[in-house]
Design a protein around this ligand. Sequence first.
Ligand SMILES: [Mg+2]
Length: 272
Amino acid sequence: MSRLTPPIDLTTARGLADAVWGEAVGDALGVPFEGLARDSFTCTDMVDGGRHQRPAGTWSDDTAMTIATCDSIKTCGRADIYDLRLRFESWMLTGAYTVDGCFSVGRTTRAALTSGHGLRGEWDNGNGSLMRICPLAFCDASDDDVRDVSGVTHAHHVSYETCVDFVHLLREAARDPVALWERLALEQGGRPRRRVRSTGFVRDTFDAALWSVGTTRSYRECVLAAVNLGDDSDSTAAVAGALAGVIYGAATIPAAWMDRLRGKGTIEECLF
Ligand SMILES: [Mg+2]
């Protein structure tokens, strides 16, 4: 395994925008391949099609719920779970925070927003709160705030603690991207791809994101590796993309992908 340091520009402080652009581009790359078996396709670029039949550059629930969270924090000045729930409902029911409508809602998320409370079952540990939690890393949120925000939809302790772990990791990435990348490269470098699971289970998504970051040397390589794991390609690449966005900086996202990304104004308006 190479111990070389990746080409990281240390002159720019990392923050929310790096995470959110990184997530949106990863999400949009993965959308056409969502649900496809590993190695039944190869993603090399941002394309259209797939199960959802959306134009290239369309991002999904992962980014929509992330920017709804940004907008809530921007408006309330903190993580307010009542305000957040209203924004999630408006996303699910009216297509707020989307490019052209809401086209994918997870089972637990739908049940939680319909019933008015987060689900606590062992089987309610999909990645539906992990994939929207990154804004919490860039505001003054405690671990309990992170758990509360997860709990709007995903209220089992496994989801809580995975969200807390991810927020800590994003903060570490913003503080010292080189040290974090080196640590992940050491931890993940020897892990064969066949041992990496990319289902919708929250721990799998987190773990696959760490592998994608730790075994690659750029934002581009990282998100393509994540999408190509297959299964829950868009959420895996969204989570990996948020972390890689913070490590490498949004400026390193390929310009052709940023050009093709849809709804950039909607994302931009929600950043704080
Ligand atoms: Mg999605």
